[in-house]
Ligand binder design. Structure first.
Ligand code: FES
Length: 379
């Protein structure tokens, strides 16, 4: 019986992961652990073909990410092609490698939006987390330059147990930089972040303290007209119900990896599911007909407790990647859900967060050497 199989709508959001190359080494990077095995990248023309197909299907927004997308010399050309097709274009960058000249070129190409990520509110911790002593000053300079070029100032800070105590300083830095939008996002545990989870997951108390500080600033800033949007994203490890990951599998989001694998989310390549290549199939065929994109669409695939759950249309059983990483079976309910038989793993992780003492220097940094040596194994 075909229970509530939704009609498949076209993708709205295309994420172009242009490259896995990156000058930084953040230990919470969501790129795959074995990224170093993947050296191939789509050419300019191949990317533009992907953009054309996605736009023809109805996608309206495109994100250029990586790795660090600035390492692609053809970035202005790619931005221009996407903009000419009518996409709303976002650049998601660490700011490393950005120059005033490049910002000019991107503006000329029609880039709509630039988001710069920071690792911390001070140079020392930023350097320790990014693996680069010069990164902090460069980010400050480029954040100011982006604003000076008339772009909204959009900052992203990834929070974890080693920097969440700085949240007031992070917000102060954002105010000083005249940020318009600030995303304070606690680590989501994929890729390198999952590998380092014990050393990154904040305690519940840390989250509560940070939430209180954010609330205070929201009140304080309300009259002043700056920091229009201050978004604080808590980790789902402290929730009792899972997130509706990606707005549903194959529902609105389509990601393409540097070498052209099409995925329903940026982490799905680790799943034991065959995903198609944009070099072998049209995006249209991939989106509507491929096994990988249909695998977790709708509700028929769900085992219990999701199948009979009244919240399944809201959370879709949670995140398939998280279910796979934690239980070894992507069909399972996301263990974040308290109805999952595996929810004890989440409770254990919370307990562990209260007693672990892993220092920043002990984290596994995202670099080629570690990538070549580490092999991710699901339990
Ligand atoms: Fe892949 Fe959630 S990140 S489904």
């Amino acid at each position: 019986m075909n229970l509530l199989k939704p009609q498949v709508k076209p993708p709205l959001w295309l994420l172009a992961e242009l490259t896995y190359r990156c000058p930084l080494q953040c230990p919470y990077c969501s790129n795959p652990l074995d990224f170093a095995k993947q050296e191939k990248e789509l050419t300019t023309e191949q990317w533009i073909t992907v953009f054309e197909q996605a736009r023809a299907m109805g996608a309206v927004q495109i994100g250029f990410s990586g790795g660090e997308p600035l390492v692609r010399k053809d970035l202005p050309e790619l931005i221009k092609a996407a903009r000419d097709l009518g996409f709303y274009t976002n650049l998601i960058t660490s700011g490393i490698g950005l120059t005033e000249k490049k910002i000019d070129a991107f503006a000329e190409a029609g880039l709509d939006h630039i988001q710069i990520s920071f690792q911390a509110s001070d140079e020392t911790l930023n350097a320790a987390l990014a693996g680069s002593a010069k990164a902090f000053q460069q980010k400050l300079d480029m954040a100011k330059a982006v604003k000076a070029h008339g772009y909204p100032m959009v900052l992203n800070f990834v929070l974890h147990r080693h920097n969440i105590h700085q949240i007031d300083k992070i917000i102060e830095l954002s105010i000083e930089l005249e940020a318009d939008d600030v995303e304070l996002a606690t680590c989501q545990f994929y890729g390198w972040a999952q590998l380092n989870r014990e050393g990154l997951l904040p305690t519940r108390q840390q989250i509560a303290d940070a939430e209180a500080v954010v609330a205070e600033y929201r009140v304080k800033m309300a009259d002043k007209g700056n920091l229009a949007n201050l978004l604080f994203v808590t980790p789902d490890y402290y929730e009792e119900r899972p997130k509706g990951c990606m707005g549903g599998w194959g529902a609105i989001f389509l990601s393409v990896t540097p070498e052209g694998m099409a995925l329903p989310c940026h982490s799905a390549r680790q799943l034991p599911v065959e995903f198609p290549s944009v070099l072998e199939q049209s995006l249209q065929d991939i989106w509507y007909n491929s096994f990988g994109f249909n695998k977790y669409r709708g509700f028929d695939w769900m085992p219990e407790p999701c199948r009979s759950c009244s919240e399944k249309e809201k959370d879709f059983g949670g995140c398939r990647c998280q279910a796979f990483m934690l239980t070894g079976n992507a069909d399972n309910a996301d263990p974040v859900c308290s109805k999952s038989e595996h929810h004890g793993m989440i409770l254990e992780a919370r307990e562990q967060a209260n007693c672990t003492n892993i220092q920043v220097s002990q984290l596994q940094f995202r670099n080629r050497k570690n990538s070549q040596q580490l092999i991710f194994k699901a339990p």
